[in-house]
Design a protein around this ligand. Structure first.
Ligand code: SF4
Ligand code: SF4
Length: 383
């Protein structure tokens, strides 16, 4: 569907992307993957020599927010570089073809590139009444997902809805929507939760695949550890204020103007694993907490149900009673972290944070994740 040059550098140049920008992209991807700088030349060489794997990107019950998140990335020109690195053979929002022609092109890829192409899924998949609540080209999303994902080398689920059903699955979930790993069990899948996903992480997964010929290491939810391996709270620039007991008490107060901690305003950073503070949003210029709003936990499992109400403070921060003050929580966390690191070393402490004991729940479209009681936001007012 798209025409590509065989030579990546000249193809990028034709798109107005300079070599300096491309090298900056390689450095940024290496950093996003949490690899040391010595891997930059390897990433660069791999991308320049890549055979341009084929991508099939399917949208189901979605808002196209994850597509927008990718296409609106501009520094570096992630979308342009991805369009040159991969042969994007199907994507409803950006492809030129339509109707039977587009469906035939996808069918051709599945038949001729079986086990070689990558599937990207955006949006939830309804299971109710045989899947009739979402159809494309006369076929149900469930039928399409089964065919596209089962024949792919791997599937990448972008956004909360494709991961675990997201907003679409929220109670009462009349369409019985689920994420792709539940709709099509047994496939190899990378889940990139978030509402929307951060395109830098998605591209980093693709770059990892091209560079190392395999998918990155995943956590128990199938999420890449380089992006979901640490809690936001441990990476946050407001953390010193949390530890010191300096909290925003109401929007616009002195603490808010001074950039103090947003924990009392409902910030879910202590219960959310993601790399927003490190990678940032809007071309890496900022991220929600930096701009003055608490994290709502969009990268967490079933966050629309488990993190709501978004403006109530988290109770039961692990290791502490529900009735301790926010200041005590901050000091306690510091002590607990020091103990954990002293006893087991940095690596085991991080593993303990990112690998809760609970296993991933399998299809029951309306059941909440096992850890929900621990992260359910409280109805009580901030102290
Ligand atoms: S509670 Fe939120 S604002 Fe405060 S330090 Fe943690 S992540 Fe940052
Ligand atoms: S700061 Fe929290 S709510 Fe905002 S994008 Fe990151 S994980 Fe999602």
């Amino acid at each position: 569907m798209f025409q590509f040059d065989s030579d990546l550098p000249s193809a990028l140049e034709r798109r107005g992307i300079s070599r300096r920008t491309f090298l900056g992209f390689c450095a940024a991807m290496t950093a996003t993957l949490a690899l040391p700088p010595r891997f930059i030349p390897r990433v660069q060489a791999a991308l320049e020599g890549a055979d341009r794997p084929i991508l099939i990107w399917r949208e189901f019950q979605d808002c196209a927010g994850n597509t927008e998140s990718l296409l609106r990335s501009s520094h570096p020109a992630i979308a342009d570089i991805v369009l040159e690195l991969f042969s994007l053979e199907y994507h409803e929002t950006v492809m030129a073809g339509a109707g039977k022609q587009a469906e035939a092109a996808m069918e051709k890829v599945i038949q001729e590139q079986k086990g070689k192409y990558l599937a990207v899924i955006e949006g939830a998949i309804p299971m109710g009444q045989g899947g009739v609540f979402c159809t494309v080209g006369g076929r149900t999303a469930l039928d399409i997902a089964r065919q596209v994902c089962s024949n792919a080398a791997a599937t990448i689920a972008v956004g909360a809805c494709a991961w675990d059903g997201g907003l679409v699955r929220g109670a009462p979930n009349p369409t019985e929507a689920v994420g792709v790993q539940e709709a099509v069990p047994g496939i190899k899948v990378v889940n990139l939760g978030g509402c929307p996903h951060n395109a830098a992480n998605t591209v980093a997964v693709l770059v990892h695949y091209l560079t190392f010929k395999e998918l990155p290491a995943l956590d128990q939810y199938g999420r890449p550890l380089f992006a979901y391996g640490n809690i936001i709270h441990d990476q946050c620039e407001r953390r010193a204020h949390y530890d010191a007991g300096r909290f925003v008490e109401e929007w616009g107060d002195e603490g808010h103007r001074k950039g103090w901690c947003l924990y009392k305003m409902g910030c879910k950073g202590p219960q959310t694993n993601y790399n927003c503070p490190r990678v940032g949003w809007n071309d890496g210029t900022s991220w929600p907490v930096k701009s003055g709003h608490g994290c709502i936990g969009c990268a967490g499992p079933r966050f629309w149900d488990t993190m709501d109400p978004f403006y109530n403070r988290l109770p039961n921060v692990p290791g502490f009673g529900a009735d301790v003050t926010a200041g005590q929580v901050g000091l306690g966390i510091t002590a607990a972290t020091a103990l954990a690191f002293g006893a087991h070393g940095v690596a085991s402490a991080v593993r303990a944070q990112v690998r809760p004991k609970e296993a991933v729940e399998k299809p029951d479209a309306n059941k909440l994740p096992a850890e929900t009681p621990a992260i359910q936001a409280t109805e009580e007012k901030p102290e």
